[in-house]
Structures are given as structure tokens and as C-alpha cells.
Design a protein around this ligand. Structure first.
Ligand SMILES: Nc1nc2c(ncn2[C@@H]2O[C@H](COP(=O)(O)OP(=O)(O)OP(=O)(O)O)[C@@H](O)[C@H]2O)c(=O)[nH]1
Ligand SMILES: [Mg+2]
Length: 363
């Protein structure tokens, strides 16, 4: 993923490095090439303009121009500003101590919501939580069954009682309290942001669930349209953050580089495959280094540790999801390093909900 963008940026930097002293004209020429590369990667125009403006101001500063290695300094400026565009610092995904904490998943059709619900359940369980999955997509005939199948695979209970999404949610919240689930993850129907009726339903589900997080599953391959969709969901359901899905595909970079910059909401996680364990936190700094072809060793170290943590949590919870943990272990091994996946991490928890007084914990 992002190969084309990484290649283009590398070429631009190489050209800059081939010169000793830099002239402002050369910086402007490099910025112009960067502009083309970013637009070709489908990054939103407003994001590109803003990013290049910041890079230009810093790159033309005396500090950079008079440096003994101006080209290196420019690369550093680009790296820093790329990180800022991606959200700046990593902020953990947090849930309140409220029982149960509620997470609602929203997004357009096929963006990876249902899969992301299962992935989040696996992730939260590895952190010692006891999740309940709620199938509240009653529009697509096979949607409930899809979540039930995933739930069975990962060993997490799935409920879907009621004839409309609001009833399903209300029942699920009662069930969670009764059965001691401390986090409820609600899968909702995919909807086009322009579909008024569907958006109304999303709002009704949100109002009934009073979620602490409304996560939007956003397909990394979407490009420019991701910005329009993200803005619409922000407006309608007050998204608290994103799960950027399908980063293992041939994403050009557009959605990843644009959504936080235009919404101010963080990407909490990235989806890196179809399996329930293919979820990683999002780190803006690592993503920036990765886009610039600087590698991502830390991600691999983190992933290995996560597998150890998950196994420990599963053991202490008496979970015998043998198939799952075996696969997790395998994915942490050599083949994993070869694939060099993304890691990322969370950002601030702009809760939409009720528990302003409850304490929030990283999960
Ligand atoms: N490669 C890859 N595929 C993914 C990822 N996340 C989801 N998918 C696949 O994308 C397809 C759609 O995923 P779903 O989770 O069903 O998407 P959805 O948003 O729930 O779809 P609707 O409910 O129909 O709106 C499935 O084939 C998933 O296996 C990912 O991170 N990587
Ligand atoms: Mg679905």
C-alpha cells in the first residue's frame, strides 16, 4: 500500500539531496512535484494545500536554508508535517468505566463495519474486557448471520432480538447489564451518506444506545470520497473516530491522509486483513515514516507483545478459543515481518455520551 506515493516522494527527495545548497526555487519545484504526487494518491485538495503551505513556511526558514544539510532538513519537515496531518500524536482508544461501555460502528456499505466489530471485540477481550456484539443491521438479509458466524469463530456472544434496530439495541443493553458484559459493540447497517432515511435510522440508534464511541469504518481505498462521507457521518452521528479498513490492499493513501485532517477526529485503528485479529492501533508517527519509506520496526515489536498479552488474557478468562490464539501466534511469527504491516494507534476520546463523570481507560 502507498507504494506509488512512497516511490514518488523518494524520487523528489533524492533530487533535492543531489544538490548541495538549496535555492528557494528548488524547494518550490519540489513542493510542486509533491503536490502532484499527493493528488495522484487521492489526498483531498484542501489537505494537500494546507500541508504544503506548512512545509513551505518551515522549509524556507533560515534554520533550514542555512543548515549544512538543507535537503535532510526538508525531509524532516515533510515527515513532521505528514505526522501532523495524520493526527499528530498518538492518543489511546479509551473506554469509560461505565458498565457497559457502548461502541457503535457506522459507515457506508461494504466499508468493513461488521468485520471491524468482530476485530474490536477480539482486541478488547485481549485487554481483559468482556464484549457483547449486537447485530443491528436488519436491512441486509444476511447481516445478522454474518456477525453470528464471526461471533462463533472468535467466541464472543452475539445478540439480535427485535424487529427494528432501536429495539435490538435496547434489548442488547439490558442483556449486557444482566449478563455482566462490560462493553457492547453495535454493528449497524451500511448507508450512503446521502440516504436520508438510513441516516435517520443511524441517529435513532445512536440516541437509543447513547454510545461512548461512534466509530466510522472507512475503506482506505476510498480516496477523495472518504472526506465527503466522513464529514456527513460527523454531522449526522457525531463520529468520535475512525477505523481505517483494508490497509492491506492497494490503498493509494487518500483516505488515510485526509480524514483526520478534515474532521479533527482520530484514526483509532487500522484493519490489515480479513481475519478477526487483523486490527492494529494507529500511530501517526509510524504511518508518516512508513509513507516516507522509513520502515516500521516498532509495529512488529508491538504486535508480538500484543499476541502474548492476548494469550495471557484468554488464559486468565478461561477462554479456549484455540483456533484463534493459534492463528494469532502464527501471525506474529516470521511471515508477519515479511508483510510489514501498519501499526497505528488511538487518539482522543471525544465522547458523545452520558458518562462525562466516569473515568476513561485506555483499551
Ligand atoms: N483485505 C481486507 N478486507 C477486509 C478488511 N475489512 C473488511 N474486509 C472485507 O471487506 C468485505 C466487507 O466487509 P464487511 O465487514 O462485511 O463490511 P460492512 O461495512 O459490514 O458491509 P455492509 O454491512 O454490507 O455495509 C468483506 O469481504 C471483508 O472480509 C480489511 O481490513 N482488509
Ligand atoms: Mg455489515
Amino acid at each position: 500500500m502507498f507504494d506509488a506515493l512512497t516511490g514518488r516522494l523518494d524520487g523528489i527527495f533524492r533530487k533535492l539531496r543531489s544538490r548541495g545548497k538549496l535555492h528557494p526555487k528548488q524547494i518550490d519545484a519540489a513542493l510542486e512535484e509533491m503536490r502532484t504526487a499527493l493528488l495522484e494518491a487521492d489526498v483531498a485538495l484542501e489537505v494537500v494545500e494546507d500541508f504544503l503551505g506548512r512545509v513551505r513556511t518551515r522549509a524556507l526558514s533560515e534554520e533550514v536554508m542555512r543548515s549544512l544539510t538543507p535537503a535532510q532538513q526538508v525531509v524532516k519537515v515533510v515527515r513532521d508535517e505528514l505526522q501532523a496531518t495524520l493526527g499528530g500524536t498518538q492518543v489511546p482508544f479509551q473506554l469509560p468505566s461505565a458498565r457497559p461501555a457502548v461502541v457503535m460502528m457506522a459507515g457506508v456499505q461494504g466499508s468493513g463495519k461488521t468485520t471491524a466489530c468482530a476485530k474490536l471485540a477480539v482486541h478488547l477481550r485481549s485487554k481483559g474486557r468482556r464484549p457483547l456484539l449486537v447485530a443491528a443491521d436488519l436491512w441486509r438479509p444476511a447481516a445478522v448471520e454474518q456477525l453470528r458466524t464471526l461471533g462463533a469463530e472468535i467466541g464472543v456472544e452475539v445478540v439480535s432480538e427485535g424487529r427494528d434496530a432501536v429495539k435490538v439495541v435496547k434489548h442488547a443493553l439490558k442483556h449486557a447489564s444482566r449478563e455482566g458484559h462490560d462493553v457492547v459493540i453495535i454493528d449497524t447497517a451500511g448507508r450512503l451518506h446521502v440516504d436520508e432515511e438510513m441516516m435517520r435510522e443511524a441517529r435513532r440508534v445512536r440516541d437509543a444506545a447513547k454510545p461512548h464511541h461512534v466509530l466510522m469504518a472507512c475503506d482506505a481505498m476510498t480516496g477523495q470520497d472518504a472526506v465527503v462521507q466522513a464529514r456527513a457521518f460527523m454531522r449526522e452521528v457525531d463520529t468520535t473516530g475512525f477505523i481505517l479498513t483494508k490497509l492491506d490492499g492497494d490503498a493509494r493513501g487518500g483516505a488515510a491522509l485526509s480524514i483526520t485532517a478534515v474532521t479533527g477526529r482520530p484514526v483509532f485503528f487500522v484493519g490489515t486483513g480479513e481475519r478477526p485479529q487483523d486490527l492494529e492501533p494507529f500511530y501517526p508517527d509510524r504511518m508518516a515514516s512508513r509513507i516516507l519509506g522509513m520502515g516500521d520496526v516498532l509495529t512488529l515489536i508491538d504486535k508480538a507483545q500484543e499476541v502474548v498479552d492476548a494469550e495471557r488474557a484468554a488464559e486468565s478468562a478461561g477462554v479456549t478459543a484455540g483456533a484463534w490464539s493459534k492463528r494469532s501466534r502464527r501471525s506474529a511469527s516470521a511471515g508477519y515481518a515479511a508483510r510489514q504491516r501498519w501499526t497505528a494507534s488511538p487518539t482522543p476520546a471525544a465522547a458523545t455520551s452520558s458518562s462525562s463523570t466516569a473515568s476513561w481507560r485506555r483499551v
